[in-house]
Design a protein around this ligand. Structure first.
Ligand code: GDP
Length: 445
């Protein structure tokens, strides 16, 4: 996929980070350097890389990481948040005119995917109850009008094209007439396809600017081929100066290009990426969500939601008290039970685990996981006396038998629980000393 290589590189970087507990300034610098290289190798524009890594570094050296329970995860979270920013922050939806029709103009180089996009957008809007019409104002490229008619037929939407002999050679007039026609026929959205050239040139820019002036569109979408590499930045700037646009559409995201240049466009032009085009069929199209794209690039699955849920479920003061207990060896079975109950606050554990990246591989473990085990654990711990819970060393054979009877379980189950508790206490002690716990899906420690 387009960002496959970048994803792999970043994953490698984070894997190295995860083997560390507390992060030193040198750790942060090393990580930032690796991220910087990965982005540059993926063709992300230098100025964007600089800004991005600068912000990540500053935040990673600050309080939010040094005070975090798990510094490495916090760094991943920061990288993700800054990546979302680079990609435009909030998702930006189409803005519809208060008084229809909403006029959408498409601009971009020839071959960028404008005509295809016109069909995709029309089909998507029609599905949503709109009544779009396409206007063929690309009179430069031979067959462009026919191609739009084909795409319109596929999408099941009408196409306004110049009558032979009327308006041929005058795209501004065609665009204006098309909008007028749409008003008469009560279409609520007009999508105007315009001409592109293989490279940016002054005449094409002027034509596009003239069309924009003539039809005063609500949205001007700049379509850019994700495969064009470093030229993306210059092309986007030229279109911004020449015509200006309200949003960006990334096309051909299904390709194998490095894609980083396309990632720079939103940041460099200050215009949001609104849609992504991911194939030749009219259905290969989706509104662009900066957050989802960022997690896709970072291959995070829904782990961010997970981290947020965990942060919500675990009270920070509580966590600090716990850490203290671990390091002073005063962690009890009551605390153990409390932890389990907190885990339960995080919602169904199965659902939670399915949000982890690599959840596919853990399917078997998920199948075997039984939430009733928590209930059984509760029963066992609650059958213990206060003294037994605080001092598990007291748990000799006869006590274990009594507890098993009280909880309706077996001595083996009581034994298993006690040894799990001992393991947890040991692991938590390591964490409290600055080690890293083994979180499922986050790779081995
Ligand atoms: P235009 O000159 O800007 O109107 O570009 P076209 O819409 O004619 O697209 C140029 C070529 O790219 C055509 O062969 C399209 O089928 C193809 N194309 C458009 N969008 C995509 C996409 O998202 N993925 C892939 N793989 N091909 C695309």
């Amino acid at each position: 996929a387009t960002f496959g290589n970048l994803s792999d590189r970043l994953a490698e970087t984070f894997k190295n980070l995860r083997t560390k507990g507390k992060l030193s300034a040198a750790d942060v610098d090393g990580t930032v350097r690796e991220i910087r290289r990965a982005l540059l190798d993926a063709d992300v524009a230098l100025e964007v890389v600089k800004e991005f890594t600068g912000k990540v570094r500053e935040r990673a050296l600050g309080d939010e990481v040094s005070k975090a329970l798990n510094p490495a995860q916090q760094v991943v979270k920061i990288v993700n948040e800054e990546l979302v920013e680079i990609l435009g922050g909030q998702q930006r939806r189409l803005e519809f005119a208060k008084k229809p029709p909403t006029i959408i103009m498409l601009a971009g180089l020839q071959g960028a995917g404008k005509t295809t996009l016109a069909g995709k957008l029309a089909k998507w809007l029609a599905k949503d109850g709109h009544t779009p019409i396409l206007v063929a104002a690309d009179l430069q490229r031979p067959n462009a009008v026919t191609q739009l008619e084909v795409v319109g037929a596929q999408a099941g939407v009408p196409v306004y094209a110049p009558e032979p002999g009327n308006g041929v050679g005058n795209p501004v007039k065609v665009a204006r007439d098309g909008v007028k026609y749409a008003q008469q026929k009560m279409h609520d959205v007009v999508i105007v396809d315009t001409a592109g050239r293989l490279g940016v040139d002054a005449e094409m820019m002027k034509q596009a600017a003239d069309i924009r002036k003539a039809i005063d569109p609500d949205e001007v979408l700049f379509v850019i081929d994700a495969m064009i590499g470093q030229d993306a930045v210059a092309t986007a700037k030229a279109f911004q100066d020449g015509v200006d646009f309200t949003g960006v559409v990334l096309s051909k995201l299904d390709g194998d290009a490095r894609g980083g240049a396309a990632l720079s466009v939103a940041s460099i032009t200050g215009r949001p990426i609104m849609f992504a085009s991911t194939g030749e069929s009219l259905d290969d199209f989706e509104p662009f969500h900066p957050d989802r794209m960022a997690s896709r690039i970072l291959d995070l699955g829904d782990i961010l939601t997970l981290i947020e849920q965990a942060q919500g479920a675990f009270d920070e003061d509580e966590a600090r008290k716990m850490a203290e207990k671990f390091s002073t060896d005063s962690f009890t079975l009551d605390d153990f039970l409390g932890q389990m109950q907190q885990l339960r606050n995080m919602g169904s554990i199965k659902k939670m685990m399915s949000m982890l990246p690599g959840a596919g591989a853990m399917k078997q473990q998920l199948e075997n996981f039984d939430e009733r085990e928590i209930v059984r654990t509760e029963a066992i711990i609650q059958s213990m006396t206060k003294a037994e819970r605080t001092t598990p060393k007291l748990l000799n054979g006869s006590r274990r038998l009594r507890i098993a009877r009280g909880a309706g379980s077996t001595v083996t189950e009581v034994n298993q629980l006690v040894s799990r508790f001992e393991q947890a206490a040991k692991m938590m002690k390591t964490v409290a000393k600055g080690g890293m716990p083994n979180i499922p899906g986050m790779g081995p420690v």
